[in-house]
Design a protein around this ligand. Sequence first.
Ligand code: 3PY
Ligand code: MG
Length: 227
Amino acid sequence: MRKNLIKEKMSRGECTTNGWCALGSPYAAEIMGHAGFDSVTVDAQHGLFDFSAALPMLQAISATPAVPIARAPWNDAATIMHLLDAGAYGIICPMINNRVEAARLVGACRYAPAGARSYGPARAALYAGADYFAHANDEIVVLAMIETLDGVNNLDEILATPGLDGVYIGPNDLALVLGAKPGSDLTDQRCIDTIAHILSRALAHGKFAGIFCASGEVAAIRRTQGF
Ligand code: 3PY
Ligand code: MG
């Protein structure tokens, strides 16, 4: 199976940079894939497109050096499995609140006995190789977004979920529930403290910690912080 280069790199303790596609354009996704990002995410939550656009976007990213991943619109097993079958090498799932939701997410991404993913990697096996089934559970990256108060309060049990590779902070939704405005992640002390807390707990659990960044400047700061 084709290796998941971001999982390899992060497992070595190196930082990866993830591009984010909100336009439902395969051509734009392909440009993003050639822009130097380690991975490019098809944003099926807030991106302005549906599955019929997400599929050619994943195909376009697959023709570039970047690893194709997807943000699911929600913690919905059918949608997550569909994105994986379409060739996503990782799933970022919004608004995970607790252990049960984290386990449901992992279950949708892993074949039995690690999970309950249904078999049918229609395009994934073309991109990954004929031995996809044998290695998919190890190669696919599963990241739970932490962006709700419950998610912060239940962080340790989420991080302890078997099969979960890490967390991905949504700083804008997180700001809202902390009483701040979207875009306050570097200026509001409550956001700064909560983000630092999530990062340190993720690293203590030996899990990956990612965060959405609104600009290259913010991404450069996050890189120095250990994301
Ligand atoms: C957030 O900041 O809440 C996100 O989900 C990033 O898209
Ligand atoms: Mg969000």
